[in-house]
Structure formats: structure tokens, C-alpha cells
Design a protein around this ligand. Structure first.
Ligand code: ZN
Length: 435
């Protein structure tokens, strides 16, 4: 019996049957469909563990259709959507079901869901675990939307106890509100003022609190979007001491600085903000050393009307980056000591492992046939027209990249590139232990 699909690479081929990798090796027998990937690099589909697709409720900001189209165009075959900024926020079983319903028939790639850890939500966490969330997200400082409250250390600790009992990790936005509140305000409203208003000290203080709670509760923790080398070092030290702690950084902290933010404006506003060149170099060193577990996009778009104006404290914060993580990593990694293989591992296998998504992030017999075909070494300039987001805004527009996703295959179905289906075959994936 011949395979459904054979992807022919330079050194080895991948045979696909029933949406799964059936064989990997040189010169496999012919399939009913053949994809010629010679001259390209064949990678596993990327796993973006941190996106905000804002749907249901704020589908005008992004939405499952455009958000997953952009992810597919960036070589991503599985994303984990954060519990905010959708409405309702994903805080209980009903809101989980509403999000899955919104995604069905519109998601071009597979998706997992994070649940929310907000004050007084312990019962909601139980429901969410039963539905199959990959973990719980908490904010230590105000989240930016009213329906997702932040937690103080007491509430965070109680939530982490519950998460530990449920066997799920807690992902934390770590900025200490007390440190933020104590920053002297000069009254300026520029990007430089915004960056200065959220210092590294707020991040390190919050990370210390999270790690102490993790030690006390034995809860697995994941520090999202770390912006400073100091914070990464705290996570590393805790891990060495036996705490189940992982951390992530984002492409924007690796390839943009606060000076870039001042030049670019609202499209580069985020929290924690973009940092100094020294911080950026420190992050790259820690990526290269393996101290940073994974890279997530933290794709967090907003509508144009909320991104307008010169008041950088008033415009919506959040960077649109879901489509460019892989090309940026392959372009900038090697000159910063990060091989292509290591970069791919941080974008695919590492997040799949941390979120317990079996069959994702690697090419091996039995795994989902999620493949990304990449043209490496041919420079191109990212233009607005390349973006698949609902709003074609990104701080990376105009950058020269040396890797370009040519085709993305989800469980044997091409979802981006030549021959891509018009359908949206994405489906919910849950941690391995739920099934
Ligand atoms: Zn986020």
C-alpha cells in the first residue's frame, strides 16, 4: 500500500499515512501525493505556546481565521491560545467550550488552550483541567483588560496549590505592581518614558516571588515573555535547586531594543517593554546556553484605533509576531551562537514537551505529520503585504530575513503554500494525560 503523501527532501523523505508520519528515511517508495522539498529544509511544524487570538469577543482584533492563517504562514502547526483577551476570558468550562466553538471550522492549525488563574477561580480551574487546558495563566500586575484580574501573591499561591494538585503548570506574567507603582513619573508619555516606567527590577522581583511560591507549592511554573537576563538567571538557579521552572522569551526581545521601539512607535509597545542592547545580548547568551527553554511569539494584536496616537501609555500594548518567529530565529540565531537545530528545538519540541502535547514538535514515525518547508539562505524583506494578520501591523516589517516558510503541512494537509486547502482543518489538542 502506498503512502498518502511523500515529502521528498535532500537527504531523506517523510511518508505520511492517516495524518501521521509513517516513515522517515532515504528514497522511500512513492506516495499518492508527492511534494518536492529538495533544496528546502524540512522541519517539524512549529508550536507557539503563547498567542492571543482574541476570539470570541474581540475577533475584530485578530480572530481564529486570520490568526491561524498567519501562524501557518510562519510555519506554525499548533498554537496555545491564552485565556485573555477573548470575551469571555477562559475561566471555566463554559468559556472553554465557547472558545473551542469559535475556533471550529476557522482554525487552520491545531490549537490548545490555556485557562485563567484569577482571584477566586479555583472551581473554574477544576473545570478547565477536565476540559484539557495545557495550564493556567496568571498576571501579577494589571492585565490591561477588565475581565481578567491580576493576582496578589496569596491568590497566586492558592491557585498554584490547585494547579499542582491538578498536575498542570502555571504560566505567569511577572511584573511586580509595587515596583511599577514606585517608579518616579516625570509626566512624559513617549516610548522612552514607557520603557523606563517598567524596569527590569519589576520583573526580577515578581520572578523571585513566583519561584518561592513554586518551591512551596511544588507547582510547575513557566515564566512567560522574560525580557531580562537577570530574570532568566533566577529561573535557572531555581531549576538547579529542584524547582520545576521553565521560561520563555519572545522574538521582539531578541531582535529589537528600546531604541528600535522609539523609532517604530506603537507597533513595538509591549509589557515588559523592549530593553537595552546589553539586555538583548544577555538574552541571546542565555538562549545559546540553554537557560531559556523556549521562544513564544506572545502575538497580541490590537485594532488600529487603539494603536493610534503619540501617547505611548494610552495606546494598546502588544506586538504582532505570530507569523515571523521562525524566520527571525533562523535569521538571527547563528550570529548569536544559536544553531538552526537549537532554534528549531526551542520553537517546536521544547514547547510541545512543556505543554505535554504528544505527537507535536518533532518528525518521527507515529507523530502528527506536521511539517514546515523552509527556504534558507535567500534574503528577502518582510513587507506588510506578506502579513496574514487581520491588521497588517508588525514591528518586524522592513526587516531582511534569510529564511522563508514556503509550505506548511498539518497532519498531512497543506495549510499554507502551494496547493493549500481552503478548509480550516485545525482541531483542539489537549495534554497527553487527558486523553
Ligand atoms: Zn501574552
Amino acid at each position: 500500500m502506498s503512502a498518502d503523501l511523500v515529502v521528498r527532501g535532500d537527504a531523506w523523505d517523510v511518508a505520511v499515512e492517516d495524518g501521521l508520519v509513517a516513515a522517515v528515511g532515504p528514497e522511500l517508495p512513492g506516495g499518492r501525493e508527492e511534494v518536492d522539498a529538495r533544496g528546502l529544509v524540512v522541519l517539524p511544524g512549529m508550536v507557539d505556546g503563547h498567542v492571543h487570538l482574541d476570539d470570541p469577543g474581540r475577533a475584530g482584533w485578530e480572530g481564529w481565521d486570520t490568526g491561524t492563517a498567519a501562524l501557518a504562514a510562519g510555519g506554525v502547526t499548533c498554537c496555545a491560545d491564552m485565556p485573555l483577551n477573548s470575551v469571555p476570558a477562559t475561566l471555566d468550562g463554559a468559556s472553554f467550550d465557547a472558545k473551542v466553538a469559535a475556533a471550529r471550522g476557522r482554525a487552520r492549525i491545531d490549537f490548545a488552550l490555556w485557562g485563567g488563574l484569577v482571584p477566586g477561580n479555583l472551581e473554574g480551574m477544576d473545570e478547565l483541567a477536565g476540559r484539557g487546558v495545557v495550564g493556567f495563566k496568571a498576571f501579577m500586575s494589571p492585565s490591561g483588560v477588565p475581565e481578567f484580574a491580576h493576582v496578589d501573591p496569596d491568590a497566586l499561591g492558592r491557585g498554584m496549590e490547585r494547579a499542582a494538585a491538578l498536575g498542570l503548570p502555571v504560566a505567569v506574567h511577572a511584573e511586580d505592581p509595587a515596583v511599577l507603582d514606585a517608579v518616579p513619573r516625570g509626566g512624559g508619555r513617549t516610548m522612552r518614558d514607557w520603557c523606563a516606567s517598567r524596569p527590569v527590577a519589576a520583573e526580577t522581583s515578581a520572578v523571585r516571588t513566583v519561584l518561592e511560591l513554586a518551591r512551596a507549592t511544588r507547582c510547575a511554573v513557566h515564566l512567560v515573555h522574560l525580557s531580562s537576563p537577570e530574570a532568566v538567571d533566577l529561573v535557572r538557579a531555581a531549576r538547579v535547586a529542584g524547582v520545576d521552572a521553565s521560561c520563555e522569551t519572545c522574538p521582539h526581545y531578541l531582535v529589537l531594543t528600546r531604541d528600535d521601539a522609539s523609532r517604530i512607535g506603537a507597533a513595538a509597545k509591549c509589557a515588559p517593554p523592549l530593553r537595552s542592547v546589553a539586555d538583548q545580548m544577555g538574552l541571546w547568551q542565555r538562549v545559546a546556553r540553554g537557560d531559556i527553554d523556549l521562544v513564544g511569539s506572545d502575538h497580541s494584536p490590537g485594532p488600529p484605533e487603539l494603536k493610534r496616537g503619540d501617547d505611548m501609555f494610552a495606546v494598546w500594548g502588544g506586538i504582532s509576531g505570530a507569523q515571523t518567529t521562525l524566520p527571525l530565529m533562523l535569521t538571527h540565531g547563528p550570529s548569536n551562537g544559536v544553531t538552526h537545530a537549537h532554534g528549531v528545538e526551542m520553537l517546536a519540541a521544547a514547547p510541545a514537551r512543556r505543554l505535554d502535547l504528544a505527537g507535536k514538535g518533532e518528525i518521527r514515525p507515529g507523530a502528527d505529520a506536521d511539517l514546515t518547508l523552509v527556504d534558507v539562505g535567500r534574503p528577502w524583506v518582510l513587507g506588510e503585504g506578506d502579513l496574514r494578520y487581520r491588521h497588517r501591523v508588525s514591528p518586524f516589517v522592513g526587516m531582511t530575513l534569510t529564511a522563508r516558510v514556503v509550505r506548511t503541512i498539518l497532519r498531512g494537509i497543506t495549510v499554507f503554500g502551494e496547493g493549500a486547502t481552503d478548509a480550516a482543518p485545525g482541531r483542539l489538542v489537549t495534554p497527553a494525560w487527558v486523553a
